[in-house]
Ligand binder design. Structure first.
Ligand code: SD4
Length: 331
């Protein structure tokens, strides 16, 4: 896998210290001049994912179709070891997937602890569209997927099996120190994506294999509406990546959207949600959390705890990566 650091293209997008700086918050992204459509997504695998989403957005399609198609790219790519097929397994060697999706109407669908299915995001969408529920888990989610035409596949690749065996042999302790610069193999990058189509409809998707070598049965923030992803069609949306437990304890993306509702820019809201974690959770410095957010005007922003979090953006005239500003660097 190409390392995140080497892949960063410090494009013309990077950091415009503009606008709301006088309010005491720093702005780490340029405004989008209200140009729609737009898609943003977490980490380097966001670049190809955004391209897939863009095909739909640029043809005038719905943002819901765009985010689903977008995140299916890393889900189906075994070289992306943090999402879908080829994901890092849990401590017992099982790949278990979490995903959720939400649209501008406030509809939501989610699957947790799903095994054997390459595209949990599409199962999550079907939960949203075909059931009276929001979330299906484990065996029930798998049965629902199989009943609806999905087929079982092997998600654990040879490479991940070898790495897992090595991890077991070394009796390494579970490490939740993830997504921080210089952290190696156990590094973990969820894809979260937000898109607004040309008609102003916002949708979001979030999908992951969760923390590498997690305890069997562990479910993170990524499939939890309001933690890993939240969208409000009148306001905007946010997605989270990093140590899910911290996001769940603060209901991070719901908080970001509510802060935007109360007048904050996407960057301000992401920063405030990171500060909430810093205030409430001991040892937060050892973790990484990255938020990205998009308001319905097409303005986007991000913030993280430790340096090293980046995200991909695509509009009609921008394609590239941006680095998120980090709280620990700002302190
Ligand atoms: C989790 N939030 O399972 C996910 C992991 C992640 O970047 O996002 N890594 O806790």
């Amino acid at each position: 896998m190409i390392s995140r650091r080497s892949f960063i293209t410090k494009s013309s997008l990077t950091v415009a210290g503009i606008g709301l700086a006088k309010s005491g918050f720093s702005i780490n992204s340029a405004q989008n001049n209200n140009k729609l459509p737009i898609v943003i997504s977490t980490w380097n695998h966001g670049l190809p994912a955004n391209e897939a989403a863009w095909k739909i957005l640029s043809a005038g399609g719905h943002s819901l179709d765009a985010v689903e198609a977008g995140v299916r790219i890393p889900e189906g790519d075994p070289k992306v070891i943090t999402v879908g097929k080829g994901g890092i397994p849990d401590a017992a060697g099982k790949v278990t997937l979490d995903a959720c999706i939400m649209d501008e109407k406030g509809r939501a669908g989610s699957v947790t602890y799903l095994q054997h299915i390459v595209h949990p995001i599409s199962v999550a969408r079907l939960v949203m569209e075909k059931t009276p529920h929001v979330m299906l888990s484990g065996k029930g989610a798998l049965k629902f997927a199989l009943d609806n035409g999905f087929s079982k596949e092997k998600l654990l690749t040879k490479e991940r099996k070898v790495a897992w065996k090595k991890w077991k042999k070394e009796q390494k302790e579970f490490s939740n120190k993830i997504n921080i610069e210089n952290v190696t193999e156990d590094n973990h990058d969820t894809i979260g994506m937000l898109a607004i189509d040309k008609d102003g409809r916002i949708s979001g998707a979030c999908t992951t294999s969760g923390m590498g070598y997690k305890m069997p049965g562990r479910v993170g923030d990524s499939p939890i509406i309001g933690a890993g992803l939240f969208v409000d069609g009148d306001i905007g949306g946010a997605v989270a990546t990093g140590s899910g437990e911290l996001v769940m304890k603060t209901l991070g993306t719901f908080l970001v959207v509510e802060l935007m509702r109360n007048g904050m820019s996407p960057s301000q809201a992401c920063e405030e949600a990171v500060k909430r974690i810093a205030k409430k959770i001991p040892d937060y410095e050892k973790h990484q959390i990255g938020y990205i957010a998009l308001n319905i005007a097409g303005e986007y922003g991000s913030f993280c705890i430790n340096t090293g979090f980046n995200f991909a953006i695509k509009t009609a005239d921008k394609t590239g990566m941006e680095d998120a500003e980090a709280w620990l660097k700002k302190l």
